[in-house]
Design a protein around this ligand. Structure first.
Ligand code: ZN
Ligand code: ZN
Length: 135
């Protein structure tokens, strides 16, 4: 079981380790940049493999007509991304507690990236998302 939490601990959760996607996606879209302060790096898991062990601070922000973002209303940690009626959930890679087998695997929405940093790794870059809807 992997565990994760916000900075203050008022949102915490467990994810079945073998159900979590082992790849991490860095999203450079303007929403992710504003919400995270830089780039939002996330993994993904089926919703039914995620258990919230504390939801005290969990608050959802409808960030577009097709998706919402989960954050902690006490400490402001930016934790989740979920499309409407999605049976999965995007999870911030930075909020996981353990050493994981996760690896950064791609950059998306690089057309929207900030001009103050370079992307100089050899990972795949996508101008927009790799899914039908942005994330
Ligand atoms: Zn918190
Ligand atoms: Zn994004």
């Amino acid at each position: 079981m992997l565990t994760g939490r916000c900075e203050c601990g008022q949102v915490s959760f467990e994810v079945e380790e073998d159900s979590i996607r082992e790849t991490v996606t860095a999203c450079h879209c303007s929403q992710c940049r504003r919400l995270s302060g830089h780039v939002w790096a996330s993994t993904h898991a089926p919703m039914n493999k995620v258990t919230f062990t504390c939801e005290e601070g969990l608050t959802w922000y409808q960030s577009s007509s097709w998706a919402r973002r989960g954050f902690c209303r006490f400490c402001g940690s930016n934790l989740f991304y979920q499309e409407n009626d999605e049976d999965g959930i995007g999870i911030s890679a930075g909020c996981l507690d353990q050493t994981t087998d996760l690896r950064l695997a791609k950059h998306i929405f690089v057309a929207d990236k900030g001009d103050y940093y370079a992307l100089d790794d050899n990972l795949p870059h996508y101008e927009a998302g790799t899914a039908p809807k942005p994330g």
